[in-house]
Ligand binder design. Structure first.
Ligand code: MN
Length: 321
């Protein structure tokens, strides 16, 4: 079939055209604890939005001078039902976990730790680190795989670049590159550097929802302005995302995934499905500290003593989605 018009208009197709709006999620400052605790900017979870795809936790920190902040000194602590995704812009962090993995987290290299059934780990910035700047992200595991054995993956993506941009695809596929790191739900994780004034149209999966975390600069995400620390949420249904850098160079992370579709209970470092399950995880961790034997969370070969769980809240934890 052909267009019957004699003089058809030229149409400019906006890749962002969709009925849904872009929602800017603002960060709140959260101290990590300890005497000179560094603080992080948390944009997920929020009261009104718990997940973007399976991404369930977004902490953004720095740039902090370690001499002022004390750096990252996080002793052994447990996780269940999730994966941690560490991505640095500056500095170096030493990771040690109870599954026997020991790795350095470095800029431009993703470290993905699968907690699954249960793991414990420590994260400490190295002595040579003067400035610490990066993100700590969590991915919720779907019910079918949340009890898998713990694991660890590392990948240093080869940068892909074009006119005014450089991308590092650490999870999923974008801009012609695909990360080899396996995920349990469809996911996207990309670092993008944009020169001042760059307008970049990304072809994305319409089944995905997205979050664009602005690290530096000011970026319009499908026409909505987001500044450093903001997470711009874009609902599913779009085949394109338009990112427009302002008068300065910008760095963003593009996160995405298909809507998770399962309700979860998140408390402290655990992802579960019910209040009682979380209570059980907490008790197993406290037991692990008291007895010194391994069990669900294993033992981290690190001199710092493990971090006790905080007391459970007096209300029953509710599921979120
Ligand atoms: Mn952790």
């Amino acid at each position: 079939m052909t267009n019957p018009e004699r003089d058809p208009d030229e149409l400019v197709l906006d890749p962002c055209a969709a009925t849904s709006e872009v929602e800017i999620l603002r960060a709140r400052d959260v101290p990590l604890g300890g005497p000179r605790a560094m603080s992080v900017r948390r944009t997920l979870p929020q009261r009104h939005r718990s997940l973007i795809g399976a991404w369930c936790f977004v902490d953004h920190y720095g740039p902090d001078r370690v001499a002022d902040s004390g750096g990252m000194v996080v002793a052994s602590h447990p996780h269940t039902g999730l994966q941690t995704v560490s991505w640095l812009f500056t500095g170096e962090v030493e990771h040690t976990d109870s599954a026997g993995n020991h790795a350095m987290v470095r800029p431009g290299e993703v470290n993905l730790m699968t907690a699954g059934h249960g793991i414990s780990h420590s994260e400490v910035s190295t002595d040579g680190t003067e400035v610490l700047h990066g993100v700590q992200l969590w991915v919720a595991l779907p019910d079918a795989s949340r009890d898998v054995d713990p694991g660890f993956a590392h990948h240093a993506p080869e940068p892909v670049s074009g006119d005014g941009w450089v991308a590092r695809v650490f999870l999923g596929s974008l801009l012609g590159d695909t990360s080899p790191v396996e995920t349990h739900t469809p996911l996207l994780g990309v670092e993008l550097l944009l020169d001042a004034g760059t307008v970049l149209d990304l072809d994305v999966d319409a089944a995905f929802e997205h979050g664009v975390l602005v690290d530096t600069g000011v970026v319009e995400v499908c026409g909505q302005e987001a500044t450093s620390g903001d997470l711009a949420y874009v609902a599913p249904g779009r085949t394109g995302l338009r990112l427009s850098a302002g008068a300065a160079a910008a760095r963003v992370l593009v996160l995405g995934g298909t809507p998770f579709g399962e309700s979860i209970v998140m408390w402290w470092n655990f992802v579960g499905r019910t209040h009682d399950e979380i209570v059980g995880f907490r008790e197993e961790w406290q037991q692990r500290i008291a007895s010194g034997t391994d069990g669900r969370f294993g033992i981290v070969d690190h001199p710092l003593p493990p971090i006790p769980a905080p007391p459970m809240p007096h209300v029953r934890l509710k599921q979120r989605r």
